[in-house]
Design a protein around this ligand. Structure first.
Ligand SMILES: NC(=O)c1ccc[n+]([C@@H]2O[C@H](COP(=O)([O-])OP(=O)(O)OC[C@H]3O[C@@H](n4cnc5c(N)ncnc54)[C@H](O)[C@@H]3O)[C@@H](O)[C@H]2O)c1
Length: 263
C-alpha cells in the first residue's frame, strides 16, 4: 500500500467499527451504508420493512461490505432498545449511529393535518432524539466513545413551501444535534449533522411537481440534483474519530450551493 493510501486509511478508515444506520434501507441511508461500509465498518441496516432491508444487505454484500439487518420502528422506544441489544448481541458494541429515517408530506398551510404533523415529528425528530438517548447510554461505555450523524435538510436552515411539519422537524434536527454535542463533548461522544439539498428519493418524489423542480434548479447554483453517493465524503469526515476528532455540533450542508444562494 502506498504512503498516501495508508495515510488516508488512518485518517478516514473505519475498520473494526460498527455503524447502525436507521433508515438504512432507504436511498440516502443505502448510499451512506455503502460508503461507511467500504471504509471498513460493519453495517447494521435498521429499517421498517424486511424485504427492503434484505435487499439492501444483498446490495452491500455485492460490493464487499460486511452487513446485516435488524427491523426497527424509530417511533417506538422498545423497538430502538431491541435494535441496540440486537446490534450489540451480534457485534459486541456500536461505535456509530446514523439517523437517516425520515418522512414528508406536502400541503398548503391551511391543510396541515395536526395528526400528520405529529406523525412526521414522531419519526424525524422525537424518534431521532430517542435513538440518540438509547445509543448514547451504550456509547458512554465504549472506551473510544461514539459518533452520531443525524440527517437534517436544507430545511434545517430555511423553510421551503408546503412542507411545514418536515421543515420544522428538520430545523429541530440541527438544534438537537448541537445540544447533544455540547452536553457530551467531554465524554468522547461527538454528534454532527449532514443537511442534504435535493436528492430525489421515495419520500420526496411525490412532492416534486414541475414548478417545484424548476424552483429547485433555479435555487441550486450547481443546477442539478445531488447523487446520494455525494454525501459519503462529508459522512466519513464527520464520523471518523481521527479525521473529525475536533468536530462536534457541526451541520454540514451538501446541497450544490442551495443555502449560499440568494438573489
Ligand atoms: N432525498 C432528499 O432529497 C433528502 C434531502 C434532505 C434530507 N433528506 C433526509 O434524508 C433521510 C433519508 O431520506 P431518503 O431521501 O433516503 O428517503 P427514503 O424514503 O428513501 O428513506 C427513508 C427511510 O426511512 C425509513 N423510515 C421511515 N419511517 C421509519 C420509522 N418509523 N422507523 C424506521 N425507519 C423508518 C423508511 O422505511 C426509509 O427506508 C431522511 O431523513 C430525509 O428527510 C433527504
Amino acid at each position: 500500500m502506498s504512503t498516501s493510501s495508508t495515510y488516508l486509511e488512518k485518517l478516514f478508515g473505519l475498520q473494526g467499527e460498527v455503524a447502525v444506520i436507521i433508515g438504512g434501507a432507504g436511498e440516502l441511508g443505502g448510499a451512506l451504508a455503502a460508503g461507511i461500509g467500504q471504509a471498513g465498518a460493519h453495517i447494521v441496516v435498521a429499517d421498517m420493512g424486511e424485504a427492503a432491508c434484505k435487499s439492501r444487505v444483498e446490495k452491500l454484500a455485492n460490493i464487499g461490505v460486511s452487513a446485516e439487518y435488524l427491523i426497527v420502528d424509530i417511533t417506538n422506544r422498545e423497538s430502538i432498545k431491541s435494535l441496540l441489544a440486537g446490534s450489540k448481541k451480534k457485534t459486541g458494541k456500536v461505535d456509530m449511529l446514523i439517523n437517516c429515517a425520515g418522512i414528508n408530506v406536502g400541503t398548503p398551510f391551511l391543510e396541515v393535518d395536526p395528526a400528520m404533523w405529529d406523525k412526521i415529528f414522531a419519526v424525524n425528530l422525537k424518534g431521532m432524539m430517542e435513538s440518540c438517548q438509547v445509543f448514547i447510554e451504550s456509547m458512554l461505555q465504549n472506551e473510544s466513545g461514539g459518533s452520531i450523524l443525524n440527517i437534517g435538510s436544507v430545511n434545517s436552515d430555511r423553510p421551503l413551501s408546503r412542507v411545514f411539519a418536515y421543515a420544522a422537524s428538520k430545523a429541530g434536527v440541527v438544534n438537537l444535534t448541537q445540544n447533544i454535542a455540547q452536553e457530551f463533548a467531554d465524554k468522547k461522544i461527538r454528534c454532527n449533522a449532514i443537511c442534504p439539498g435535493f436528492f430525489p428519493a421515495e419520500q420526496n418524489r411525490k412532492i416534486l411537481s414541475e414548478e417545484r423542480i424548476a424552483n429547485i434548479m433555479n435555487g441550486t447554483p450547481m443546477r442539478r440534483y445531488g447523487s446520494p453517493d455525494e454525501l459519503v465524503g462529508a459522512a466519513l469526515l464527520l464520523l471518523s474519530q481521527r479525521a473529525g476528532s475536533y468536530m462536534t455540533g457541526a451541520a454540514v450542508y451538501v446541497d450544490g450551493g442551495f443555502t449560499c444562494s440568494w438573489f
